[in-house]
Design a protein around this ligand. Structure first.
Ligand code: IPE
Ligand code: IPE
Ligand code: MG
Length: 246
C-alpha cells in the first residue's frame, strides 16, 4: 500500500500497538454538572482540566495525534449564555495550554471553520498554530466549529467544477488533509453516536464508548481504552487469514 493509505501502525509506546491517532468526543460536561447540582458551565470548566490529563496519558502511550471535539457547528444553537461561556473558556484554555505546548514541543492545530469564532480566540489560535508549527512529534488537534458535513462542503467548493474527482482530491481538501485518519474514536458519557465528527475519516476507525462523563475521564480511563484497542483486529475488508499471511 502506498504510504498515504497505509493504515496500520505499530508504535514504540509503553502499550502494545498504540494507536497513532486518537480522536475524542468529549461529551457529558453538562450532565456531570447537573448531577452535582452545579450550572453546566462548571462541567465545561472541569472538562477543560481533563484535556491536560488525557493529553499526558496519550503522549505516554505513544500517541502522535490527539484530536479533541471541543465545539461542533451545531453547538452554536445552544443558549447564548452557554455559547458565550464556552468561548470565554476556550480563550482561557488556549492561553493556559499555549505555554505548555511550547515547552513540550507540541504542534497545536485546529479543524473546523474558525472564521466564525470570536476575534480574540481566532487571534490566539493563529498565534499558537504559528509558534508550534515546527514541532512534528506530538500534535494536538482541536475541533472547533467543526462538523463533517460542513467540512465536506468546504472541500467540494475548494475543488470546484472538475470531473474525475478522486478520493485523494477530496481527502487533500478536507480540514484533516495532512492528518492521518483516527485509529480510534472515543466518546464519553455513554452516548453512542458520532454527532457529525470525522465521518469520512472514521471509515475504518475503531469506536470506543466510555460510560463516564468527560470530566470523569482521566488517565486510567484512557489507558483502559488503549487496552481495548490493542485487542481489536483491524481487517480493512480482508479476512483474518489474509492478515496473518501479510
Ligand atoms: C460536551 O458536553 C461539551 C460540548 C458539547 C461543548 P455537553 O455540554 O454536551 O454535556 P451534555 O452532553 O449536555 O451532558
Ligand atoms: C458533540 O456533543 C460535540 C462535542 C462534544 C463538542 P453534543 O453534546 O453536541 O452531541 P449531541 O447533541 O448529544 O449529539
Ligand atoms: Mg452532549
Amino acid at each position: 500500500m502506498p504510504e498515504k493509505f497505509s493504515t496500520s501502525h505499530k508504535s514504540s509506546g509503553a502499550l502494545p500497538a498504540a494507536p497513532r491517532h486518537v480522536a475524542i468526543i468529549m461529551d457529558g460536561n453538562g450532565r456531570w454538572a447537573k448531577s452535582r447540582g452545579l450550572p453546566r458551565i462548571m462541567g465545561h470548566r472541569e472538562g477543560a482540566r481533563r484535556v491536560l490529563d488525557v493529553f499526558e496519558a496519550a503522549a505516554k502511550s505513544g500517541v502522535e495525534f490527539l484530536t479533541l471535539y471541543a465545539f461542533s457547528s451545531e453547538n452554536w444553537n445552544r443558549p447564548k449564555t452557554e455559547v458565550k461561556a464556552l468561548m470565554k473558556l476556550l480563550m482561557a484554555s488556549l492561553k493556559k495550554y499555549g505555554k505548555m505546548f511550547l515547552e513540550k514541543e507540541v504542534r497545536f492545530r485546529t479543524i473546523g471553520d474558525i472564521s466564525a469564532l470570536p476575534e480574540d480566540c481566532r487571534g490566539e489560535i493563529e498565534k499558537l498554530e504559528q509558534s508550534t508549527r515546527r514541532f512534528t512529534k506530538s500534535n494536538l488537534v482541536l475541533a472547533l466549529n467543526y462538523g463533517s458535513r460542513g467540512e465536506l462542503v468546504r472541500a467540494v467548493n475548494k475543488i470546484g467544477k472538475s470531473s474525475n474527482i478522486t478520493w485523494e482530491d477530496i481527502q487533500k481538501n478536507l480540514d484533516t488533509a495532512d492528518i492521518p485518519d483516527p485509529d480510534i474514536i472515543i466518546r464519553t458519557s455513554g452516548e453512542m453516536r458520532l454527532s457529525n465528527f470525522l465521518l469520512l475519516q472514521a471509515a475504518y476507525s475503531e469506536l470506543y464508548f466510555a460510560g463516564v462523563y468527560w470530566p470523569d475521564f482521566g488517565a486510567k480511563e484512557f489507558e483502559k481504552a488503549m487496552r481495548e484497542y490493542a485487542k481489536r483486529e483491524r481487517r480493512y475488508g480482508l479476512t483474518t487469514e489474509q492478515l496473518k499471511n501479510k
